[in-house]
Design a protein around this ligand. Structure first.
Ligand code: NAD
Length: 282
């Protein structure tokens, strides 16, 4: 099974994307792409759909892409790395991929929020060692996905890929058959729980058990659809127990959250380090 590995990097407040990811795998292919849709999906997050020009461009579920937007901001050399939230099969069948970019003062995010329009052009390169790409003959493992904020992006890509793999295995009677997935997903407000409808649909389909957490104060007392607190080690231990132990784990979110969950998985639960995947951006 080819699965992404953990990448460790030096600590920094905001490292340049190319420095942070210098040691990671990149596909050689560079493709042009056009923004064909831009919509607000939360108070702080824009969703983008990109039409990719080169039919040979590809990526694995969970990977990031590099969007070179330097020609858009004269005098700067901006390279933004964002994880795809769409699955690879959308690229194969529709020629598009999806991103969800949170507002920040980082110049690529500023460009995407303020200047990028339908019709804007970017240059793409895919890469990253954090991905889920099982071979058809691989035995299925239970998956635990833990997301904080826009860290949900690569994990939604993985969920969508699981959905595609399940449909393919049902259609052909062969191939990789995903096991049920446990998702722990925390956001700072209810409105920042992006992809909530997508996740709910996949939960209805029996693909994922989703446990949602909101840490802000906008959760009505009678709302039972999410917990009004942080993800705790108890939540992590319970999810692993429901999966029957020894899952593959993918973590993506704020550094403190990822480190806390990693500590629980490797310390208290004694999982193998190779089964706990995340990218160390800090
Ligand atoms: N490919 C990747 O690695 C990738 C992709 C997308 C986003 N990210 C990272 O994900 C992070 C998401 O940022 P954001 O602003 O959306 O998140 P955020 O600051 O809004 O936090 C999201 C949630 O995590 C919770 N949280 C924070 N620390 C925690 C801890 N120690 N234990 C439990 N819960 C904790 C917060 O309370 C909140 O509910 C960013 O740091 C971004 O760089 C990484």
């Amino acid at each position: 099974m080819r699965l992404g590995s953990k990448v460790r990097r030096m600590s920094s407040s905001r490292k340049e994307h190319l420095d942070v990811t210098a040691g990671q795998f990149r596909h050689d292919l560079v493709s042009g792409a056009e923004v064909v849709d831009k919509r607000l999906i939360s108070p702080t997050v824009y969703g983008l759909t990109l039409k990719v020009e080169d039919p040979n461009f590809g990526f694995h579920a969970g990977q990031w892409q590099v969007a070179l937007v330097d020609f858009c901001i004269p005098g700067t050399n901006l390279v933004g790395g964002y994880s795809m939230c769409s699955a690879p099969d959308q690229l194969r069948t529709e020629g598009t991929l999806e991103l969800a970019v949170k507002r920040s003062s980082w110049p690529p995010a500023v460009w995407i929020h303020q200047q990028c329009r339908v019709g804007s052009r970017v240059t793409l390169k895919a890469g990253g060692d954090f991905f889920f790409h099982p071979a058809p003959q691989d035995p299925a493992r239970p998956l635990l996905l833990v997301a904080g904020g826009v860290g949900i992006n690569p994990l939604v890509s993985i969920l969508r890929h699981c959905r595609h793999l399940r449909a393919e295995s049902r259609r052909t009677g062969a191939g990789y058959v995903p096991r049920p997935v446990e998702l722990l997903y925390s956001a700072r407000s209810r409105h920042e729980l992006i992809f909530r409808d997508t996740i709910a649909k996949m939960a209805d389909e029996g693909l994922v058990t989703a446990n949602l957490f909101v840490t802000g104060n906008d959760v009505p007392a009678n709302d039972t659809s999410c917990h009004n607190r942080r993800v705790s080690s108890w939540d992590v231990e319970s999810a692993v127990a429901r999966l029957g132990g020894a899952p593959l784990c993918y973590l993506c979110g704020p550094s403190a959250m990822v480190e806390a969950v990693e500590g629980c998985l490797l310390g208290r639960l004694r999982l193998n380090a190779a089964d706990v995947r995340f990218e160390r951006w800090w």
